[in-house]
Design a protein around this ligand. Structure first.
Ligand SMILES: [Zn+2]
Length: 461
């Protein structure tokens, strides 16, 4: 049996070798024998990080999408789309993401036709809940009958806006082949070895694509999938089945009874639930449903973007976990400062007050909507600074160790105790290029030197 070694790693303050056999940590000690895989030269070794809420197929598609995040005004948006148009072949679909409404009306079909009349174009709103298509794109979809997700004008014609219509859209457009290998490299370079895909649309077909990506080593070895409906785990363990995802939407909130019914389905499948709660309204419906249906430890609030102070004790008493995304403070913080009501800003992406209330908190990216980089998110959880350097809700800041721990809990127990490098556990390891103290001094720089998933080197700088 081959023994691989990480030499001279700082494990909890002591310089030791880590021996790996059959994908697991076999020994941690001085002067171990085996084949040297990497010499850490005294730098810190951590368990691989976990991203507790990501959308893998969407993140892979992002690598082939036009990015509208940086566009500050309608002219910049038009320029970006026209520039991208010149890069594509005739008739090819254009996919653009990260659109946020600037001054003026929300985009519709006519506004997009004025920019690109000929090419089928679809633009995703930064929330992920809305696609806007131009006329050429709508034509490609094949016409009547339109499902209710497709907004219509007074004459019954599509406005181009499609709310929460991803399943229908991808069925009509045809599934695009996502570049999961490129995404996997990006993820491995962050020291991430475990992922929870939070897609409500995950089904047997998308799960099969993701399972194959794990089997071929394109994605790290530990994967958990949420889904809106039933989902079976494969026998080889390529992924585990996680909670049932509940997607609440402020525009058309379901009744509490309807949510209670979804929770009952989840329980009948022996699963926890994970509820998307961005606004105070979504959170209120969800908490009322949990109070009626009963919550179980492991049930989750995803995002918790706005949590009013009086909801803290309710969340704690229901023993819910909050899975948050501090990275949004860095990437969207300036927009929040401009758009979120002053009274609500104290409720924005809470962290310290959740922990102080005894609520388990886990970290995640929500990529492609937030940055994949957990180190940026950890930095933001500590510094609470926006891209322009403004301070956002600094009372919610936490220490760097605590912020790192948000990304170290087990996939099936987000917000639980941080994993540690110990004998017998999977060799999922993130090797830093510095000491722990060196990383703290350099926050929020990415400190990753190498990543191992199940004892295999999946990234080295
Ligand atoms: Zn999400």
């Amino acid at each position: 049996m081959k023994t691989l070694l990480i030499r001279n790693a700082d494990v909890d303050g002591r310089i030791l070798d880590i021996a790996i056999r059959e994908g697991r940590i076999a020994e941690i000690g001085a002067n171990l024998r085996g084949e040297e895989l990497v010499d850490a030269r005294g730098c810190a070794a951590l368990p691989g990080l976990h991203d507790h809420h990501i959308h893998l197929l969407g993140s892979a598609a992002l690598l082939r999408s036009v990015q509208l995040d940086p566009c500050r005004d309608p002219d910049a948006l038009a320029r970006t789309l026209r520039a991208a148009d010149r890069m594509l072949g005739p008739g090819e679909w254009m996919r653009a993401t990260g659109y946020h409404q600037q001054d003026g009306a929300l985009l519709d079909r006519h506004a997009l036709d004025a920019i690109l009349p000929a090419r089928p174009l679809r633009v995703q709103h930064q929330t992920g809940g809305l696609w806007i298509l131009n006329s050429a794109a709508l034509e490609r979809l094949g016409g009547e009958p339109w499902p209710e997700e497709v907004e219509r004008d007074r004459e019954g014609r599509p406005t181009g806006r499609i709310f929460r219509g991803d399943t229908w859209l991808s069925a009509r457009i045809g599934r695009e082949t996502p570049d999961l290998a490129a995404l996997g490299q990006q993820i491995a370079a962050q020291g991430i070895t475990g992922l929870c895909d939070a897609g409500v649309t995950n089904d047997a077909a998308s799960a099969a694509i993701l399972a194959d990506a794990v089997r071929m080593g394109a994605l790290p070895g530990e994967l958990m999938l949420m889904s809106g409906g039933p989902l079976a785990a494969p026998e080889d363990g390529a992924f585990a089945v996680g909670p049932v995802k509940i997607l609440l939407d402020d525009h058309r909130l379901p009744t509490i009874d309807a949510v209670v019914e979804i929770i009952a389905h989840a329980r009948s499948w022996n699963r926890r639930v994970a509820a998307h709660c961005v606004t105070a309204g979504e959170l209120a419906v969800m908490l009322a449903a949990f109070e009626q249906a009963g919550a179980m430890p492991g049930d989750r609030i995803e995002h918790g973007s706005i949590i009013p102070a009086d909801a803290l004790s309710v969340i704690r008493d229901l023993r819910l976990t909050v899975v948050t995304q501090p990275g949004f403070l860095a990437t969207r913080g300036d927009r929040y400062r401009a758009l979120v009501d002053a009274e609500e800003q104290a409720d924005l992406y809470r962290c310290a007050s959740l922990l102080q209330s005894g609520i388990p908190v886990a970290g995640s990216s929500d990529a492609p909507y937030g940055p994949v980089d957990p180190w940026q998110a950890i930095g933001a959880a500590v510094q609470r600074r926006t891209a322009s350097g403004a301070s956002l809700n600094p009372a919610e800041a936490i220490t760097a160790s605590r912020a790192l721990n948000l990304f170290l809990s087990p996939l099936d127990e987000p917000g639980g105790p941080a994993r540690a490098l110990k004998i017998g556990s999977p060799a999922d390891i993130c090797l830093l290029n510095t000491s722990f103290a060196g990383w703290l001094a350099d926050l929020p720089a990415k400190p990753v030197a190498a990543t191992l998933s199940r004892g295999t080197l999946i990234h080295i700088e």
